[in-house]
Design a protein around this ligand. Structure first.
Ligand code: A2P
Length: 368
């Protein structure tokens, strides 16, 4: 008896005690009930936290792939530019985001908070609504990354500052985080191309450098430039090198060589039409490899593609005016290496097909 522990002692001494037996049953019942309540509460907590964290989890998927939430496999949430600024890796693209819907999309993106990066342009004709949404969101300006682009008709140095001022006024801000030459196309007032300025935009660039010095722009870059055109520009005695090149990149037009070259040359590539734009988004989301990986990892096909972009080292600019999709598109996670390789292989082993065709009337062989 000396070596018997307390619970055993109780069992041994009171096995048939008429008073104590119901009490013990009672306790056991209470413990069981408490356990049941705790497990129900725990299940509920897990369920709701998944929903609020990953609004875009596939229906019926309550489990995330173990590999994709470990810190080792976390995707970069930003890239560092030569200025020292951190550009968020996932943005809301607002090209083709119409009036009356773009503001709501911007507010949703800012509220989602994962990445407060809005990629716009003067020519999208929605900067006013974007600006209003920014103000209404109440998010401080320094917590938002704002990009705009200089349209083709304003490349002449004397027209640049007033165009920039117009964008600043519409957006309701005193500075842009990033300003890009939208296309390597300079159009003159009569509508004809200025082939000299299109080929060598150094005068345009010098003016942009001046506006950086003035504090109206923090970083400058280009868009729709191929390697030859970037080299043409950087052959000039630049004070500031292009930090970014924004180009079309998606499953159908993956541009691995441009990405590799840009990474070797310290230029961040931004991917527009990352889902294939409205014309090819359906086809992108139905790619067998994308669907298979999405099912394996409990992600949506769009999340798989957006994650793939960031994992390739690019900034990704998915456009959506649908609030649930805007939230979904910010939920990026690293794909396991084999899934990434499979998708990369699928994207780069078919004939690349550009979706964005520059307007022939511009009179410049843009990609030449
Ligand atoms: P919507 O704006 O109506 O939500 P891209 O980013 O390649 O330019 O593609 C934009 C197109 O993809 C738009 O038609 C947009 O529709 C659609 N889209 C954006 N996000 C998603 C998503 N998560 N799932 C399905 N379609 C999406």
């Amino acid at each position: 008896m000396l070596f018997v522990t307390k619970p055993q002692l109780k069992t041994r001494i009171y096995p048939n005690d008429p008073v104590r037996l119901p009490k013990r049953k009672n306790i056991a019942l209470r413990v069981l009930t408490a356990l049941l309540i705790m497990s129900v509460a725990l299940f509920g907590l897990r369920h709701t936290s998944k929903i609020s964290f990953a609004g875009g989890l596939r229906a019926g998927c309550h489990k995330q792939h173990r590999n994709i939430s470990t810190p080792r496999n976390t995707l970069p949430s930003y890239y560092k530019l030569p200025s020292g600024d951190h550009i968020p890796s996932v943005a809301l693209g607002v090209w083709q985001a119409g009036k009356g819907e773009v503001g709501n999309a911007v507010k949703t993106a800012l509220k989602a908070g994962y990445s407060r990066h809005i990629d716009g342009a003067w020519i999208y004709r929605n900067e006013e609504e974007v600006g209003q949404a920014l103000r209404e969101s109440g998010v401080p300006r320094d917590q938002v990354w704002l990009t705009s682009k200089l349209w083709n008709t304003f490349h002449e140095p004397q027209t640049i500052e007033s165009t920039l001022d117009d964008s600043l006024a519409k957006l309701g801000t005193e500075y842009l985080d990033l300003y890009l030459i939208h296309w390597p196309v300079a159009t003159m007032a009569d509508g004809n191309p200025d082939l000299g300025l299109s080929e060598n935009p150094y005068p345009t660039w010098k003016k942009l450098e001046e506006l950086v010095d003035k504090g109206k722009i923090r970083n400058i870059g280009v868009s729709n430039f191929n390697i030859r055109r970037i080299q043409n520009l950087t052959a000039n005695p630049l004070k500031i090198r292009p930090a970014v090149n924004q180009v079309e990149i998606n499953f159908w037009f993956p541009q691995p060589d441009l990405i590799k070259w840009s990474q070797e040359n310290g230029i961040i590539v931004e991917a527009y039409s990352p889902l294939g734009s409205s014309k090819r988004v359906g086809a992108s989301l139905a790619v067998p490899e994308v669907k298979e990986i999405a099912a394996q990892l409990c992600m949506t096909p769009a999340q798989v593609i957006i994650s793939w972009h960031v994992q390739r080292g690019t900034v990704v600019l998915p456009k959506s005016v649908t609030p649930s999709r805007v939230e979904e598109n910010f939920q990026v996670r690293a794909l396991p290496q084999d899934a990434f390789d499979k998708l990369e292989m699928a994207a780069t082993s078919h004939k690349p097909e550009r979706g964005m065709k520059p307007n022939k009337s511009w009179g410049v062989d843009v990609f030449g």
